[in-house]
Write a protein that binds this ligand. Structure first.
Ligand SMILES: C=C(O[C@@H]1C=C(C(=O)O)C=C[C@H]1O)C(=O)O
Length: 292
């Protein structure tokens, strides 16, 4: 083999194995999907959900965990990676509306909502309108509870800041949005999905197949032994092992018929209220082992 053909071989390999950038949600809720995720031809960027939503929408990254609402907005451009999500059927423990007064007693007029969220902000609007029959004003705010409540009657937090606020003795009332959704509709709620841009799925099928396989393997490994995640959470976020065991086992990471039913109803309500412009169909990436 002369040096020319060797070089060509390398170039060909390079074309086939394009690198994809994968967006990772920067909160504990997504750790079971990402903690063990490794694949060749992959770079990872860690951000809060709203930033990942924008990076994937603008094509700056090709694959990402995103707010499920953002899938609803961009469904024509994305495919869902099957069997991957972050959600709950009941308490989610990290998506809370904190209120100065119980909602049965005082109707909130102004609600500050975290700039990091898309799914939960719109879920809150659905719940306020359709469940409580209320039309409060919403203002986007950085996720700092005290500041949010300076000008508002209630505040929506998600992710790690919501967990930390739930540990404080702040005298606030709180509503767990996953729990309320489940009591109201009887269904599960999916807050995050993992999506790929269609053109990336076409351009880099091998890299995508390898990353998808790594996602499934990494999730399986995380759920088979939660201890490394629990240890990391105690060290980085505080709290004790019992709390984090409860937290990771309350969340759901699959995206089966139950989760799809709940998310489909959420998209229907969002469309009814004008929060989404279109009906949303769930369309999936077809994993093809021979593509690897
Ligand atoms: C479970 C959670 O769900 C998160 C909520 C999101 C949203 O509201 O847009 C996005 C991603 C999820 O990881 C959480 O915040 O803890």
């Amino acid at each position: 083999m002369n040096s020319k053909s060797t070089r060509n071989e390398t170039v060909n390999l390079g074309n086939h194995k394009e690198t994809l950038t994968v967006g990772r949600i920067d909160y504990a809720n997504a750790w079971p999907l990402f903690h063990h995720l490794t694949a060749p031809n992959m770079e990872i960027v860690s951000r809060v959900p709203s930033v990942l939503n924008r990076l994937l929408q603008e094509g700056d990254i090709q694959v990402s965990a995103i707010s499920s609402f953002s899938y609803g907005v961009n469904a024509d451009k994305y495919l869902l990676l099957p069997h991957l999500s972050v959600g709950s059927e009941g308490k989610v423990n990290s998506i809370y509306l904190f209120l100065k007064e119980p909602i049965e007693k005082v109707q909130p007029k102004r609600i500050a909502v975290s700039t990091t969220s898309a799914t939960s902000v719109n879920l809150l609007k659905i719940i306020m309108t359709k469940h409580f029959g209320l039309e409060p004003e919403y203002e986007a705010a950085e996720p700092v509870l005290e500041d949010m409540l300076e000008h508002a009657d209630a505040a929506l937090l998600i992710g790690d800041p919501a967990i930390h606020a739930s540990w404080e003795q702040n005298g606030l009332h709180r509503i767990d949005l996953g729990e309320l959704w489940n009591e109201w509709t009887g269904l599960a709620m999916t807050f995050a999905v993992v999506a790929v841009r269609k053109e990336a799925a076409e351009a880099a099928p091998e890299a995508l197949a390898a990353i998808y396989k790594a996602f499934l393997a990494g999730k399986r490994q995380s759920l088979a032994d939660l201890q490394p995640l629990i240890d990391k959470a105690c060290a980085e976020l505080g709290g004790d092992a019992a709390y984090w065991h409860m937290y990771f086992t309350s969340l759901q990471y699959d995206f089966g018929p139950k989760q799809q039913e709940g998310l489909t109803l959420y998209f229907r309500y969002a469309k009814e209220l004008g929060l989404l412009e279109h009906d949303v169909e769930l369309r999936f990436y077809q994993y093809d082992q021979s593509a690897e």
